[in-house]
Design a protein around this ligand. Structure first.
Ligand code: FMN
Length: 373
């Protein structure tokens, strides 16, 4: 199981793993796939530590990095030099506080609250063009980073140029064929066709419909990875049959022992059905597929304020989420996850997942071949 993209990036199999967890990135890469670290939840200083750790554990293999810079963001936040929470309207803060108070979720411990808050505000800045560039600068210091992926908008031409000069390929997520065209014009080398069933920010079109449309739009100019809903080797085979060069998975890794999720968070994932992974705006201001909870549904009620523009909704949501996690309140817990969450039943390991995907892929290909005998 190999394709053009393996040669372009120097991996053995075209299985790409998006994860915020360095252990997942390292284990997938060591198993022959290509790990991509979701960088938008780190401060530049934290990212430097993470990348150094990955460099130390991944041998001489290449890996990637993913940043999120929304096309529509709060210009006020971009220009604001002070604390971003100063820009949260009182009505929004009061609504969020009431959800937590009504549910009797304890506040964060003193001191800790301030530390976490500052960190979250700092991370909120990553989701502006200037903030995203700070992360790119860190990536440039790590020569094994061979792919930089941009979510939620085309990368800037000057950024693409710098990356290309350093031999780094540029990838971009596409939720429709028009995104693929715009990304190719911006100089993107790898297109990730992400269907609506995916976890995280997601569009309206399903993977089955989107992948061939993006393949057609790419017209051989860039390889396409299929993303959204993939947890089985048969789906990898289906993606290749649709014209993809490989697959890009996110939800699948949440159930591995290497994943960053705490045991109580994994229990939520293993109990969730596919229909529990819904699209809501309360997390970042844009539609994110996430596990449905009392928190996500409160923001859907008619009395809820309209979610804020990025990055301000995250600045409001993330401290509340941290309180929920610390209190281990499953009924309020809404982590990003795709419809594939319904396939996660118990803890696995990255090594097992990589093996099973390839075994099932081979079985699916054999089954297909037998159809034309
Ligand atoms: C928990 C989680 C967080 C995500 N965060 C990001 C992100 O920060 N940047 C990004 O490009 N994609 C993000 N995604 C989307 C993934 O890159 C990927 O496209 C998606 O997970 C694929 O679909 P799947 O979830 O069905 O495997 C996230 C996905 C999950 C599950």
């Amino acid at each position: 199981m190999s394709s053009k993209i393996c040669k372009m990036l120097g991996c053995e199999v075209p299985i790409f793993a998006f994860s915020h967890c360095r252990d997942v990135v390292v284990e997938v890469t060591r198993a022959g796939g290509f790990g991509v670290l979701g960088a938008s939840s780190f401060t530049p200083e934290q990212l430097e530590v993470e990348l150094r750790w990955i460099d130390d554990h991944v041998g001489d293999k290449p890996y990637g990095l993913d940043i999120v810079v929304p096309g529509r963001y709060s210009k006020e936040a971009e220009a604001h030099a002070g604390r971003l929470d100063a820009l949260i309207p009182a009505q929004h803060q009061a609504f969020m506080d009431k959800i937590l108070e009504d549910a009797k979720v304890p506040p964060l411990p003193p001191g800790e609250a301030e530390r976490i808050h500052d960190e979250i505000l700092e991370i909120g800045r990553n989701r502006t063009p200037t903030g995203g560039m700070r992360l790119v600068q860190i990536a440039l210091k790590h020569p094994q980073v061979k792919l930089l992926v941009s979510a939620l908008g085309e990368p800037r031409a000057d950024v693409v140029q710098v990356l290309h000069e350093r031999g780094i390929l540029v990838g971009a997520l596409c939720g429709k064929a028009a995104h693929a065209v715009r990304n190719l014009e911006a100089g993107v080398d790898v297109l990730i066709a992400q269907g609506t069933e995916a976890g995280g920010h997601t569009g309206d079109i399903s993977t089955m419909v989107l992948v061939p449309q993006v393949v057609e739009a790419a017209a051989g100019r860039a390889p396409v990875l299929a993303a959204g809903g993939i947890t089985r080797g048969s789906q990898v085979a289906a993606a290749m049959a649709l014209g993809a060069d490989g697959v890009w998975c996110g939800t699948l890794w949440l159930g591995t022992r290497e994943s960053e999720l705490a045991p109580f968070e994994k229990e939520v994932m293993f109990a969730a059905k596919s229909e529990d992974a819904v699209r809501r705006r309360c997390r970042t201001g844009k539609p994110v597929r996430m596990i449905k909870s009392q928190m996500s549904e409160a923001w859907e009620q008619p009395d809820a304020p309209k979610p804020l523009l990025a990055p301000l909704q995250s600045v409001l949501y993330n401290p509340a989420h941290e309180r929920v996690v610390r209190a281990q309140r499953k009924e309020l817990y809404s982590h990003a996850a795709g419809q594939a969450v319904g396939d996660l039943k118990h803890e696995t390991s990255v090594k097992d997942v990589m093996y099973t995907l390839q075994l099932e892929y081979a079985q699916a290909v054999e089954r297909m071949a037998s159809l034309s005998e």
